[in-house]
Ligand binder design. Structure first.
Ligand SMILES: Cc1ncc(COP(=O)(O)O)c(C=O)c1O
Length: 448
């Protein structure tokens, strides 16, 4: 099968390298220096190894038609969308969206700092504050903007940021924009975090420290001890922010995510979240106990100040989603989601496939090498599974995975199909890779 620089009709360079290789391209030509990435990406694309930037035909349904960025069409079970309680197609939510459009049009037409708010967004702020027992809420046009905005809004250059090393891109980018004093601690390691806090405070009692973590990490499906972290923050005069993008609404009996499950409701300094995983819309929020923090962020957190507000239809959609999440129906949907998650995890194990983390809507199936994961992912469309490939630098090198995101509306058959397809794809990809031989893994890369 091996033939010069190709293997199973796959050029070896398409199985190696990573996006990290092109993050800092050299040269004076800002536009021209994007070419190295494009050449590598296109080599992968031409060989069916670029499973990103795909489009569904009719939205994120449990079974969907989709096309890749070459226009190749596929149909299959969908475990690649983030719609954990299946609210994006809930009849009451769709009816709310249609009514709101008929009454308000489709656009906020202004920043929330000016006149971009609507009765819906004001009601949504109140609802989230109540839901989290946090008093004050600022809305953002995206979850990403909320994460970036809360860090950049609160932290100045002399301050410090102490952050779980796997915190989401929005938090890392916010940190990079805010200060050079960034200290990463080992994932979930509160002792490590304590050491850093102690070292900082031994030298600097004057400036602020923002400690950043997540309620549920989106690649590993694991969670920190929030009480311990918040206690540490009080001890060292630091402020804790927790990103609850993935667990709020979808986890816990009452949908309060890990903050609720760890009995920390109303006790975390700052909670930041996104609507895009469970609440059927783009958008995000920052919640705190302080009116002063809310007013400050509204005018000193650029995505909340200089970007247009959530549209009325987005705000009304999210408000309705919170009502459902907070109702008996929400509880039933969470139970259905959890039942699906447990079935998926059990069937994966029975099929000999390992996965990361604790039970949640995120089930990342271990693959290992990037080459294997890419070959597995190449087989999925033809076999009828839409699922995301995750590889370095989003996760450590050699820990590539296929991320399955479960919805409440997935059926047992959808789950059985997904597991069977993944197993078949894995067996085929392993055979392909075995013929290559790991010792013959290509060093050759396309130049950046
Ligand atoms: C942990 C975390 N925070 C923030 C975001 C950003 O949210 P959004 O995609 O809604 O802008 C994401 C989304 O991928 C996320 O996973």
């Amino acid at each position: 099968m091996m033939n010069g620089d190709t293997y199973a009709q796959v050029p070896l360079a398409a199985l190696t390298g990573s996006m990290r290789d092109f993050r800092v391209p050299g040269g004076a030509d800002l536009l021209g220096r994007t070419e190295g990435f494009y050449r590598w990406q296109d080599l992968r694309r031409q060989n069916g190894l670029w499973p990103f930037s795909r489009a569904t035909e009719d939205g994120p349904k449990t079974v969907c038609a989709a096309q890749d960025d070459r226009g190749n069409k596929m149909q299959g079970v969908n475990f690649a969308s983030q719609d954990y309680l299946s609210l994006s197609s809930h009849p009451e939510i769709m009816a709310t969206a249609i009514e709101t459009i008929e009454r308000c049009g489709v656009h906020s037409a202004g920043s929330p700092a000016l006149v971009g708010n609507t009765s819906h967004s004001v009601a949504l702020e109140r609802k989230i504050a109540e839901f989290l027992n946090m008093d004050h809420v600022v809305l953002y046009p995206t979850g990403w903007g909320a994460g970036f905005g809360v860090v950049k809004g609160l932290v100045r250059s002399a301050d410090h940021i102490v952050m779980d090393m796997l915190a989401h891109s929005c938090l890392q980018e916010g940190a990079n924009a805010a200060t050079n004093n960034i200290h990463l601690f080992r994932h979930l390691d509160n002792d490590y975090c304590r050491n850093i806090l102690a070292k900082i405070r031994a030298k600097d009692k004057e400036n602020g420290i923002l400690v950043i973590t997540e309620g549920l990490f989106s690649m590993d499906s694991d969670t920190p001890s929030l009480l311990e972290l918040q206690t540490l923050c009080h001890e060292y005069n630091a402020t804790l922010v927790v990103d609850v993008a993935h667990d709020l609404g979808s986890l816990g009996k009452d949908g309060r995510g890990h903050i609720g499950m760890q009995n920390m409701l109303g006790k975390v300094d700052v909670v930041m979240g996104s609507f895009s995983k469970t609440f059927a819309s783009n958008g995000g929020f920052v919640a705190s106990k302080s009116r002063a923090v809310k007013e400050y962020l509204r005018f000193y957190s650029a995505p909340a100040t200089f970007s247009n507000a959530l549209s009325p239809v987005q705000a009304a959609t999210v408000l309705k989603a919170f009502d459902i999440v907070d109702s008996f129906e929400g509880r039933v949907l969470r139970l259905e989601l959890l039942a699906n998650v447990m079935t998926l995890r059990r069937e994966l194990s029975e099929a000999g496939l390992e996965y990361y983390g604790d039970p949640s809507a995120i089930v990342c199936v271990k693959m290992g090498s990037e080459g294997l994961a890419r070959l597995v992912s190449r087989h999925l469309p033809e076999l009828g599974l839409v699922a995301n490939l995750v590889e370095f630098p989003a996760v450590p090198k050699g820990a590539a995975r296929i991320r399955l995101q479960v919805m409440a509306n997935h059926t047992e058959q959808n789950i059985a199909d997904a597991v069977q397809i993944l197993k078949t794809a894995r067996v085929e990809a392993e055979q392909e890779l075995e013929e290559l031989g790991t010792d013959k893994q290509p060093a050759k890369r396309i130049a950046a």
